[in-house]
Design a protein around this ligand. Structure first.
Ligand SMILES: Cc1cc2nc3c(=O)[nH]c(=O)nc-3n(C[C@H](O)[C@H](O)[C@H](O)COP(=O)(O)OP(=O)(O)OC[C@H]3O[C@@H](n4cnc5c(N)ncnc54)[C@H](O)[C@@H]3O)c2cc1C
Ligand code: SF4
Length: 480
C-alpha cells in the first residue's frame, strides 16, 4: 500500500459563515445546494471525535486516513482534504457513493458504536472529491519521465483501472483491453445509475486516456486476440476480468421467456441511460414497465434489480429470499431503501419452477415456503422446505440474482498453467497478486470471487506496486 501522509491539527472550527443569497432565484438553487452540502459536510466532519483509535480507518480496505481528512473538511480546507483522501484511493468519489459503509468504515465509527449515529464518512468523501472535480483540482497524470516498459491490463473495471493509474504515474506504457464497448467494468454496466451516475465513471476514464493510457475496447481476449499474443507484446500482464457467469437455477421452465439473468436486465437499463439502442429493452423484453416483477435472491445485485424495476414503472415488485431478514447477505441500508420505495420482501421462500400462459409467456413463479433449520458447514442456519406449503406468485418478469461465478479462464486463454482455486478463481499471492505464471498478475473479483469495488481498487494498486518492482529488477525475478 502507498504510504499515508501524516497530518496533525488541533482546533476544529464548527462555525460556518452564512453566505446564502438574500433573494432566492431559480439560478441560485445550484449555489444554495452547494452551500447546504458544504455546511452538511463540515457539520458531519466536525462530529468526528478524533478518537485516536480509528476503527473506521482500519476497517476501510484502503486504510484511508479518514480522521485527518474529516478534520481538514471541518476546518474548510477542502483542497488539502482532497489531496489526502486521493493519496490512498484512486476513485474516492466512487467509493463515497457505493461502498457498503455500514459494513466498513461507518459501521466501525466509535460514535456509531456509542449509539449516536455514525459520522457519514462516505458522503463526506464523495463531497470532497466532487468539489475537487468542480474546482479543477483533479488533474490528468503527467509522469515525470516516460519508461519504455509496457503493461497489458485485461479488464477495465476498478481493479484494472486502479492499476493503470499507478503504473501510468510511474511513466509505464499501459494498454487496457476490454471486451465491452465502454470501459469501467461493473461500475459502467452493472451498478445502476441511481447509485453511481455514469458521468462520474466516464470522466475518470477520459482522464486516464488523457494521461496516455491506451484503451482497446470491443476486444475479447481469448477470442479476438490470444493471451499469448498479449503476453508477447508486453513486459507484464495483469488479469482483472471480474466474474460474469450467472449461477443458474435448475428448475422447471427456467428458460421461459420473461425469466432473465440479473446482469442482462441491469446492463440494458444502464445502456439506455447512455442513450444506446437496446432492441431487447425497446421491445419490452428487458423493460419492467407495467409488469409484475419477482426478483429471486437476497444480495446486493437483487437489491439493484428491485430498485431498477421500481424506477422503470413495474406495477409490483417482490423479492423472494430463502432465508430471513437477519440472514440476508445484502446491505441493510439497501434493503431499507428498497422497502421505502415499495418493494415487498417475501422472506423464507424459494422458487420451485416457473409457470407460463397459453401464449408461452411467464405468468407466475411457483414458490415453496422455507424455515431455518440447524446451522450448516458455514455456520449459517440452513433453509429447509416446509412440505405442502407451495403457492404461486403472479409474475410477468422473473429476475434471477443468484450470484456470479468465474469463467474458465485457463481454457478461454488456453493457459493450463494459469492455476485456479476449487472455486475457479485465479490463484494469486495475497499481497503482491502474482499468479503462478511468471510476469502475470491477477486482481479483483477474478481472484476474490464477487466482491466490492473498494477491494478491487486495493488489489489493483498493490499489484501495480509489485509490477513496478518486477519491471525495475526483471533479471532477478526471471532468475528466481
Ligand atoms: C449488480 C451489481 C451491483 C454491485 N454493486 C456494488 C456496490 O454498490 N458497491 C460495491 O463496492 N460493489 C458492487 N458490486 C461489485 C463490484 O462491482 C465488483 O466487485 C467490482 O466491479 C470488481 O471489479 P473488477 O475490476 O474485479 O471487475 P469488473 O468490474 O467486473 O470488470 C471486469 C472487466 O473485465 C472485462 N473482461 C472480462 N473478460 C474479458 C476478456 N476475456 N477480455 C477482455 N475483457 C474482459 C469485462 O468486460 C469488464 O469490463 C456490484 C456488482 C454487481 C454485479
Ligand atoms: S473507501 Fe469505502 S470504506 Fe474506505 S472510507 Fe471510503 S467509503 Fe469508507
Amino acid at each position: 500500500m502507498a504510504k499515508q501522509p501524516m497530518l496533525r491539527f488541533v482546533s476544529v472550527s464548527k462555525e460556518m459563515p452564512d453566505k446564502r443569497p438574500p433573494n432566492l432565484r431559480t439560478e441560485d438553487f445550484g449555489e444554495i445546494y452547494r452551500e447546504y452540502a458544504t455546511e452538511k459536510a463540515a457539520e458531519q466532519a466536525g462530529r468526528c471525535s478524533q478518537c485516536g483509535v480509528p476503527y473506521c480507518q482500519s476497517h476501510c480496505p484502503l486504510h484511508n486516513n479518514i480522521p485527518d481528512w474529516l478534520r481538514l473538511t471541518a476546518e474548510g480546507r477542502l483542497q488539502e482534504a482532497y489531496e489526502l483522501s486521493q493519496a490512498t484511493n484512486t476513485f474516492p468519489e466512487i467509493c463515497g457513493r457505493i461502498c457498503p459503509q455500514d459494513r466498513l468504515c461507518e459501521g466501525n465509527c466509535v460514535i456509531e458504536q456509542s449509539g449516536h449515529g455514525t459520522v457519514t464518512i462516505g458522503a463526506v468523501e464523495k463531497y470532497i472529491t466532487d468539489t475537487a472535480w468542480e474546482e479543477g483540482w483533479v488533474q490528468a497524470i503527467t509522469p515525470a519521465a516516460e519508461r519504455t516498459e509496457s503493461v497489458a491490463i485485461i479488464g477495465s473495471g476498478p481493479g484494472g483501472l486502479a492499476a493503470a493509474d499507478v503504473l501510468r504515474r510511474a511513466g509505464v506504457q499501459v494498454t487496457v483491453y476490454d471486451r465491452y464497448d465502454r470501459a469501467g467494468g461493473l461500475m459502467t454496466y452493472g451498478i445502476p445509475g441511481f447509485k453511481l451516475e455514469k458521468p462520474v465513471v466516464m470522466r475518470r476514464i477520459e482522464q486516464l486516456e488523457k494521461a496516455g493510457v491506451e484503451f482497446v475496447l470491443n476486444c475479447n481476449v481469448g477470442e479476438d486476440i490470444s493471451f499469448d499474443a498479449i503476453r508477447g507484446k508486453h513486459d507484464a500482464v495483469l488479469i482483472a476480468t471480474g466474474v460474469y457467469k450467472a449461477r443458474d437455477l435448475n428448475a422447471p421452465n427456467a428458460a421461459a421467456p420473461g425469466v432473465l439473468p440479473a446482469l442482462d436486465f441491469l446492463t440494458a437499463s444502464n445502456r439506455k441511460s447512455f442513450g444506446d439502442e437496446v432492441p431487447e429493452f425497446d421491445d419490452g423484453t428487458l423493460d419492467a414497465k407495467g409488469k409484475r416483477v419477482v426478483v429471486i435472491g437476497g444480495g446486493d445485485t437483487a437489491m439493484d434489480c428491485v430498485r431498477t424495476a421500481v424506477r422503470q414503472g413495474a406495477t409490483s415488485v417482490k423479492c423472494l429470499y430463502r432465508r430471513d431478514r437477519e440472514n440476508m447477505p445484502g446491505s441493510r441500508r439497501e434493503t431499507a431503501n428498497a422497502e421505502e420505495e415499495g418493494v415487498e420482501f417475501v422472506w423464507l421462500t424459494a422458487p420451485l419452477g416457473f409457470l407460463t400462459d397459453d401464449a408461452g409467456d411467464l405468468s407466475g413463479v411457483r414458490v415453496q415456503k422455507m424455515r431455518l433449520g440447524k446451522p450448516d458447514a458455514s455456520g449459517r442456519r440452513a433453509p429447509e422446505v416446509i412440505e405442502g406449503a407451495d403457492y404461486t406468485e403472479d409474475a410477468d418478469m422473473a429476475i434471477m440474482a443468484l450470484g456470479f461465478e468465474p469463467e474458465d479462464l485457463p481454457k478461454l486463454f488456453e493457459q493450463p498453467e494459469l492455476t485456479v482455486t476449487r472455486w475457479g478463481t485465479i490463484k494469486a499471492k495475497f499481497n503482491t497478486h502474482e499468479t503462478e505464471m511468471p510476469g502475470v498478475w491477477a486482481v479483483g473479483d477474478i481472484v476474490r470471487g464477487a466482491s466490492l469495488v473498494v477491494w478491487a481498487i486495493r488489489d489493483g494498486r498493490e499489484a501495480a506496486d509489485s509490477i513496478l518492482t518486477y519491471l525495475s529488477a526483471p533479471a532477478q525475478v526471471a532468475a528466481e
